[in-house]
Design a protein around this ligand. Structure first.
Ligand code: CA2
Length: 148
């Protein structure tokens, strides 16, 4: 049977969305974004495994499991974007299409946010569109999966 589930994975502190720093990250909560994402994925006939973790090792485990369960990954690695070789290695092992996603545009922010380990393996990158980025990423991933 063809896999029709995508993993949307969110890194540390994204569970706090909508509570602080709305000028940078928007007013929607992660639950709002999950609901929007499920609706958008449904339009493409895709199911969503929507997850968040504050722990690097747990993110690695979830990515490893996606190898068997998912047909693509949308990942907002949050602060681990800029530090995690472990997440980069896990993504390489999955051999799945990966969209790297950020609510803000890290390139307009502090210098330490300009480096992304994940970009080295991402099929594409979406940043700076706030929660609408999740919609864009789902559309992009659906097209990638379709063209496989
Ligand atoms: O723009 C993004 O999506 C980021 O991945 C968000 C990360 C940041 O470290 C990256 O450089 C860019 C931070 C997520 C923190 O989430 C918060 C949520 C609510 C209030 C404060 C922080």
């Amino acid at each position: 049977m063809e896999k029709s589930e995508i993993l949307i994975l969110n890194g540390p502190n994204l569970n706090m969305l909508g509570i602080r720093e709305p000028h940078i990250y928007g007013r929607e909560s992660l639950e709002d974004i999950e609901s929007m994402s499920r609706d958008q994925a449904r339009l493409h006939g895709l199911a969503v495994d929507f997850r968040q973790s504050n722990f690097e090792g747990e993110l690695v485990t979830i990515i490893q499991q996606a190898r068997d369960n998912a047909c693509g990954i949308i990942l907002n690695p949050a602060a681990y974007t800029h530090t995690s070789v472990a997440i980069l290695d896990a993504l390489k092992l999955t051999e799945l299409p990966v969209i790297e996603l950020h609510l803000s545009n890290p390139h307009t922010r502090e210098k330490f946010r300009h480096k992304s380990f994940v970009s080295e393996v991402a099929t594409g990158i979406i940043c700076g569109f706030g929660s609408f980025g999740y919609i864009l990423a789902i559309d992009a991933l659906a097209r990638l999966i379709d063209s496989d």
